[in-house]
Design a protein around this ligand. Structure first.
Ligand SMILES: [Fe+2]
Length: 416
C-alpha cells in the first residue's frame, strides 16, 4: 500500500511550501528543496527523514504532530544530560521552542520561599540569590498545585517585580506549572512572553513537560548537591595545604577557577571541565609529603632541597592515582603542572607534545595566580605585567601559546 500521508517527525514544528505555512513557525528553519521546515532545535534535524518527508510536504500530505504528542520525545532527550547547567539550558531551550515563548525559568522550593535555578546566561549572578515569596505568581502556582496563565500582568499584584529589575528583563505575560518528582513537589517552571498570549493548549503542553522533567531534575539536583559537598571537602584540604606554604589560602581555589575558565575557552566538554577543576584544586596536594624544614625554609633552598620540593608533583600524582574515580587526565594535570613546553620544567623535563592539556592549562593558571597574588613577603604584580611575562615566556617556548592567548581573552573580557 502506498503511503500518502505521514505524521511529521517530532523535530518539525511546521513547514512552508510556496509561501504557505502549515503548523508553527519557530526561530530555527532548514530548507530542503522547495520546502522550508521549521524545527524545534537545529541539532535534532534528521537529513534522511527530511528527504522522505519533502515530497509529502510539497503535496500537502504531511501532518504536523500536535505539541502534546511532541513533548515526550523532547523530554526523553534530557536523559543524557550531564550536569545541572546543561540540563537547565536544554529544558529552557526546548520549552521555549515548544510553546513559542521568549524565555523560561525554573524555581525550586527552599524553606519559606522559591529560588531560581540559573544557567550561565544573562541573568546569572543576578537573580539566583533573590528569594521569591510564596504570595508571588510562582508561589501561587506552587501552592495551588496547578498550571496557571497570566496574560495581563498590568493589574496583577502577585507579579514579583524584583526579578525583572535584577535581570533587566520585562515580563509581559507568564504561564507556569508545578514540577513534581513522584510525590515530592519540588518547584515551578515558568515560560515568559508569548506575543499572542498563552493558550489552554500551551498550558497542556507545559503541564505535561513539567511532569516529565521532574524526576530528572530532582536526581540532577541531588547529584549536584553531593558533588558540591565533595568539592568543598577537597577545597578545604587544598586550602589547608596552601596555608602551610605561606600561599594565600585562596591559591588552590583561584587556580581551579582560572583553569576552568581557560578550559571553557578551549572548548572542553562539561565532563572535562569538572575533572580539570578538581585536578587544579589538588595540583599541589603532594606538598603534604614535603617536610616543614624544607617547605617553610626562609631564604634560598639548597640544590638538594629544591630537588626534594620537585617531588610534590610526583607525590600528588601518586595520591590521586589511588582514587577510584580520578581519571588519567587528572593525574597528569597534577604531575605536569611544573613542566614547561621547552623541556625546562620538572619533574621529568617533558616537552611540548609530551605534556597533557590539563598539565599545560594548570601551569599557566598556577603561575598567573602566584605572580598576581599578594603574599606575606611580596606585593602582587599587576595583571598586565603578569600577562606580559607569560606572553614572552610563551614566545620563548615555555608555555602553550594557545593557553596564554585564552588567558589574554579572559582578561580583556574582565573575567579575571
Ligand atoms: Fe606546584
Amino acid at each position: 500500500m502506498e503511503v500518502t500521508s505521514l505524521k511529521a517527525p517530532h523535530w518539525i514544528a511546521g513547514y512552508e511550501v510556496n509561501g504557505k505555512i502549515k503548523g508553527r513557525k519557530t526561530k530555527n528553519s532548514v530548507r530542503f528543496g522547495k520546502v522550508n521546515f521549521y524545527v524545534f532545535t537545529p541539532d535534532d534535524v534528521d537529513e534522511n527523514a527530511l528527504k522522505t518527508v519533502v515530497g509529502l510536504a510539497e503535496r500537502g500530505e504531511l501532518e504536523i504532530l500536535n505539541p502534546e504528542e511532541v513533548v515526550p520525545h523532547i523530554a526523553a532527550k534530557l536523559n543524557s544530560s550531564l550536569n545541572l547547567i546543561s540540563l537547565l539550558n536544554k529544558i529552557e531551550k526546548y520549552i521555549c521552542a515548544l510553546i513559542g515563548a521568549e524565555a523560561a525559568s525554573i524555581l525550586v522550593h527552599k524553606g519559606d520561599h522559591l529560588v531560581f535555578l540559573v544557567t550561565e546566561g544573562g541573568a546569572s549572578g543576578k537573580i539566583e540569590s533573590i528569594p521569591v515569596p510564596m504570595n508571588s505568581i510562582a508561589g501561587t502556582i506552587f501552592l495551588e498545585e496547578r498550571t496557571l496563565i497570566f496574560n495581563d500582568l498590568s493589574k496583577e499584584k502577585r507579579h514579583f517585580k524584583g526579578v525583572d529589575k535584577a535581570a533587566e528583563f520585562t515580563t509581559k505575560n507568564i504561564m507556569g506549572a508545578p514540577i513534581w518528582a513522584g510525590k515530592n513537589k519540588i518547584g515551578v517552571i515558568e515560560v515568559l512572553n508569548k506575543e499572542e498570549g498563552f493558550s489552554e493548549e500551551d498550558a497542556k503542553v507545559l503541564t505535561l513537560f513539567a511532569k516529565l522533567i521532574g524526576k530528572k531534575l530532582f536526581n540532577t539536583l541531588e547529584n549536584e548537591r553531593f558533588r558540591n559537598l565533595i568539592k568543598e571537602i577537597v577545597l578545604s584540604i587544598a586550602s589547608a595545604i596552601d596555608k602551610r606554604d605561606q600561599y594565600t589560602h585562596e591559591h588552590s581555589r583561584n587556580v581551579a577557577r582560572i583553569s576552568k575558565l581557560l578550559g571553557r575557552k578551549l572548548n572542553l566538554s562539561d565532563k572535562e571541565l569538572e575533572e580539570l577543576e578538581v585536578a587544579a584544586i589538588l595540583h599541589d596536594v603532594g606538598k603534604i609529603g614535603i617536610p616543614d624544614s624544607i617547605l617553610l625554609k626562609p631564604g634560598k633552598l639548597t640544590k638538594e632541597e629544591f630537588e626534594y620540593i620537585k617531588n610534590h608533583t610526583i607525590i600528588g600524582a601518586e595520591i590521586l592515582s589511588h582514587l577510584k574515580h580520578v581519571t588519567e587526565n587528572m593525574v597528569l594535570g597534577t604531575l605536569e603542572h611544573h613542566e614547561r613546553c621547552d623541556g625546562s620544567g620538572y619533574p621529568h623535563g617533558k616537552q611540548n607534545g609530551q605534556i597533557s592539556l590539563f598539565g599545560r592549562i594548570i601551569a599557566v593558571a598556577d603561575v598567573y595566580d602566584a605572580l598576581t597574588a599578594k603574599r606575606v613577603y611580596k606585593e602582587g604584580w599587576s595583571k598586565e605585567k603578569v600577562l606580559q611575562i607569560l606572553k614572552e615566556d610563551a614566545e620563548n617556548g615555555k608555555f602553550d601559546p594557545k593557553i596564554v592567548s585564552a588567558l589574554e581573552e579572559l582578561l580583556k573580557e574582565g573575567a579575571l
